[in-house]
Structure formats: structure tokens, C-alpha cells
Design a binder for this molecule. Structure first.
Ligand code: FAD
Length: 281
């Protein structure tokens, strides 16, 4: 751990808006428990096509009520400038200073992209409407966004978000650190020097992880998939192996200079806390 480079780092956690009373009660406890680790902020996702707008706002309010910095995600595809402006104003009124700006995906059955086609247009709009009020995070895909024709195209498109005024970047999760470091190097070659914080997905459930990874194009290396599959329904074995793999990934990332970690908590305390505590961050 001593070999870690001395650079400013940001550690953060991501939630999704719970749908039930029980889910909301559980998340309040998770916020309290993970809050003790002193993350820089908690972010909250925004459903496809704005389907969780109220849930995102409610979660952001709960995070703020408990005394922590909140960063709502905001997606633009299928939305209008008026709706986005109203949402930004509501976040300013709540004292929110950080936002995660995304294109999002159209919900199944909807084919009208609307005014905003890509996230760089959202970043431009946020800057036009609110100046420097928000610290804007954008997304990146070290293993390529699934819809991009090539990694080179994806990189060129990604640069537009930096040029539009993003402050920092959170990546899709990945298990191969070389994909991340190569991506960071490629960005530097293009002149993008924003902090690129790796997104970390704790491994606790193989079927769920395989489903997510299929959807977002994140590769589960064959040796990891084979082991997880081999554990079958033995959840304790999956969790123990998952912790070992994720911990080693995080150590490698930090030792080689990643500017922090962003944990996809899936609204649960334990997997993230176990990694965080063992890393000693
Ligand atoms: P963009 O940066 O716009 O890129 C999308 C695709 O378009 C890429 O293939 C890119 O190469 C291409 N592209 C970009 N600009 C151009 C251009 N000018 N011309 C042609 N092609 C272009 N989804 C949600 O619905 N809610 C969330 O809360 C959410 N949170 C996320 C958080 C993180 C950290 C990450 C990594 C993803 C999240 N997503 C979320 C998923 C995200 O919305 C999808 O991956 C979506 O498909 C792309 O969003 P983006 O902001 O990366 O889009």
C-alpha cells in the first residue's frame, strides 16, 4: 500500500432509487453505514427516459438530509431542454453542486431521441444554463461503449464531453486494469487530462453480474467467469472469491495511479465496505 502514488483521490459510492418503502428504509441505513467511510459524495442513478426522476430526487434529498454530498445522475435522451432546465433548477434549489451527466438509453418501445442525441450536448447545455455551478462527471468505457463502431470512434466522441466542460469522469466497471490504463493513456494522447475514476462493481452474485455485463458490454474475464460458475449456488464462496478479485483490482488501480474509485454499491453496504476497509482508504 505504501507504493501508492501521492495524488488527490476521490472515493464515491453509487445508489439507485429504491422502489418500495422497505427499499427506502434499507437505503437510509446503507447511507448511514457507508457515510462513516467518508466518501466524497454519493451519486444516484436516473432511470431510462427519466422514469425514476422523483425517486432520484427523493434519494438525493435523503442523502443530503443525512449530511452527505449528493450527485444526481441526469440523462438527456428523449427529454427536452425545458425539462432538463427545470430539473437543474430544482437541484440548485436543493444545494446540489455535483451532477453526473449522461446520454442514457431510450426505454424499450420508444424511438424518439428528442432534442439531445449525445451526452456532450447535455454537458454544453448544463454549462450554458448554469455556468460553473455544477461539478460535472461524465461516463467513459475503457472496453468501448457497446454501440460505438470502434474504440477509436468512442474515444473521439468521449473527448467532446471533456471539451464541452466536464470536470471528471467515472468509468463503466471492468475487471482488466490494462483496459483502464490503456484508455487513460489514449485520452492523454488526445489531450484529455481529466481525472478518470474507475467504476468498481463488487462481485456477489454471478447470474446478476453476467446479466449486467451482457447489457453494458463489460467483459468478465474467462478465468473469473469459470470460477464463479463453478461455485454454483455457493454464495459464500462467490463472495469470498469476488472480494479477493475486486480487492486486487482496486489495489492495482491505486498503485498505478488511478485518481480514486467509484463503487457501484447496488444499495448494499457490505460488499463495498469490505473492499474499502481492506484497502485502508
Ligand atoms: P455518450 O457519451 O453520448 O455516448 C453514447 C454513444 O454514442 C457512444 O457509443 C459514443 O461513442 C456515441 N457518440 C457520442 N457522441 C457522438 C457523436 N457526436 N456522434 C456519433 N456518436 C456519438 N444510464 C441511465 O439511464 N441512468 C443512469 O443514471 C446512468 N448512470 C451511469 C453512470 C455511469 C458511471 C456509466 C458509465 C453509465 C451510466 N448509465 C446510466 C448508462 C449510460 O446512460 C449508457 O451507457 C448510455 O448508452 C450512454 O451514455 P453516455 O453518457 O456514455 O453517452
Amino acid at each position: 500500500m505504501n507504493s501508492r502514488k501521492k495524488i488527490p483521490r476521490t472515493y464515491s459510492c453509487e445508489f439507485f432509487p429504491p422502489k418500495t418503502e422497505q427499499g427506502r428504509a434499507n437505503l437510509s441505513v446503507t447511507i448511514d453505514e457507508l457515510g462513516r467511510l467518508k466518501p466524497a459524495y454519493f451519486s444516484c442513478t436516473y432511470g431510462a427516459g427519466g422514469s425514476t426522476q422523483d425517486g432520484t430526487t427523493d434519494t438525493v434529498k435523503e442523502i443530503t438530509r443525512q449530511g452527505f454530498a449528493a450527485a444526481p445522475h441526469i440523462t438527456c435522451i428523449g427529454s427536452t431542454p425545458e425539462k432538463i432546465k427545470a430539473l437543474l433548477d430544482s437541484y440548485i434549489a436543493l444545494g446540489i453542486k455535483r451532477i453526473v451527466a449522461l446520454r442514457g438509453d431510450l426505454p424499450p418501445g420508444q424511438d424518439q431521441a428528442g432534442h439531445f442525441l449525445y451526452a456532450d450536448q447535455l454537458v454544453t447545455f448544463i454549462r450554458q444554463q448554469t455556468g460553473d455551478h455544477f461539478h460535472i462527471e461524465v461516463a467513459a468505457y475503457p472496453e468501448k461503449h457497446p454501440q460505438a463502431a470502434s474504440i477509436q470512434d468512442d474515444l473521439r466522441h468521449f473527448k467532446k464531453k471533456a471539451d464541452a466542460g466536464a470536470n471528471a469522469v467515472i468509468t463503466q466497471y471492468f475487471f482488466n486494469p490494462d483496459a483502464y490504463f490503456r484508455f487513460v493513456d489514449d485520452c492523454a494522447q488526445l489531450g484529455v487530462t481529466l481525472p478518470i475514476v474507475p467504476g468498481i462493481m463488487p462481485i456477489t452474485n454471478y447470474k446478476q453480474l453476467a446479466r449486467f455485463s451482457e447489457g453494458c458490454g463489460a467483459e468478465i474475464p474467462r478465468w473469473i467467469a469459470a470460477r464463479l460458475e463453478g461455485y454454483g449456488e455457493d454464495l459464500d464462496a462467490i463472495r469470498a472469491f469476488g472480494l479477493e478479485v475486486t480487492l486486487r483490482l482496486c489495489e492495482t488501480l491505486l498503485e498505478r495511479g488511478a485518481p480514486g474509485l467509484h463503487f457501484y454499491t447496488l444499495n448494499r453496504t457490505e460488499p463495498t465496505r469490505a473492499i474499502w476497509e481492506q484497502l485502508g482508504i
